[in-house]
Design a protein around this ligand. Structure first.
Ligand SMILES: *[C@@H]1O[C@H](CO)[C@@H](O)[C@H](O)[C@H]1NC(C)=O
Ligand SMILES: *[C@@H]1O[C@H](CO)[C@@H](O)[C@H](O)[C@H]1NC(C)=O
Ligand SMILES: *[C@@H]1O[C@H](CO)[C@@H](O)[C@H](O)[C@H]1NC(C)=O
Length: 245
């Protein structure tokens, strides 16, 4: 991906100044994210807002990128559309969301111009709502649920795209921070499940309004890793979905 961008530069120097990508180029796809390792960020029990919920991530079956399951409720009636991002720093003990600093942005892109969702590799790595949609038309007890694979964040420690030591922040449209929470490691159980996706592409989940909570603790994924690796990513996802939902 990066090499391609450089090639385009040398062939057509005018195209070298690509405003929307990072100073360090487009985000690389992350690899080898462990499928059965799960991190979860739970929004704080913060006074002054009813916004609650969580963002759970795990490795995808082929290890490319990570699966997100977003589940929020309690949005205010005003002030949307709402956005959410992975922020660079964790929330400190005082619960002050401002101290998480800026969006996770290892390629030094900045927030402006806004992310073009059709080119997610050019967006800030942590700009989840930029890549997968802002939250609109959800308020009160309605729930916003969405599942997708993001190819540019990681749960493999040691690289800038690692999210496991960072936080999720939800914002009003005017960028004021509503609530936040830190990712914590939930499981590395080698026989345990990864995360489910709601559809084969794992990318077009739609909000579910006012639906009751699903029971937590999905069933175990029984597949044999060596057999699983022989299937296509889509096939594996279909199997995972079949087993887990
Ligand atoms: C942002 O919008 C919210 C909701 O409309 C409002 O309560 C808050 O004061 C606004 N913040 C700023 C800095 O304007
Ligand atoms: C939260 O942190 C920011 C940045 O450090 C600071 O300006 C702000 O006053 C803090 N807010 C509260 C309520 O302590
Ligand atoms: C989180 O982990 C990454 C990769 O290991 C590291 O580069 C980064 O400095 C860490 N960030 C924090 C806030 O600890």
């Amino acid at each position: 991906m990066h090499a391609k961008a450089l090639l385009a530069c040398s062939l057509l120097s005018a195209a070298c100044v690509v405003a929307e990508t990072g100073k360090l180029g487009d985000a690389d796809e992350t690899q080898n994210n462990p499928f059965r390792t799960v991190y979860e960020a739970t929004l704080l029990a913060k006074e002054g807002t009813n916004l609650r919920g969580s963002v759970t991530v795990s490795g995808s079956p082929d290890g490319r990128g990570i699966i997100y399951n977003v589940d929020f409720t309690g949005f205010p009636a005003e002030g949307g559309p709402f956005t959410y991002h992975v922020h660079d720093q964790p929330v400190p003990e005082d619960g002050n969301c401002t101290k998480t600093l800026a969006h996770l942005d290892p390629y030094i892109r900045g927030e402006v111009p806004p992310c073009d969702a059709s080119k997610p590799e050019t967006c800030q790595v942590g700009d989840l709502s930029g890549k997968y949609g802002n939250i609109e038309g959800i308020e009160g007890e309605e729930r916003y649920k969405k599942a997708y694979i993001d190819r540019y964040t990681a749960i493999t420690p040691g690289i800038g795209a690692f999210v496991g030591n960072r936080s999720i922040v939800v914002h009003y449209a005017n960028k004021t921070r509503i609530n936040c929470g830190n990712f914590v490691l939930k499981t590395t159980n080698p026989g345990g499940p990864g995360l489910p996706c709601r559809d084969g592409k794992c990318s077009t989940g739609t909000p579910i309004r006012g639906s009751p909570s699903r029971p937590t603790g999905p069933p175990m994924f029984e597949g044999d890793a060596s057999k699983v690796s022989a299937f296509s990513a889509t096939g594996i996802l279909a199997i995972v979905i079949g087993l887990l939902w």
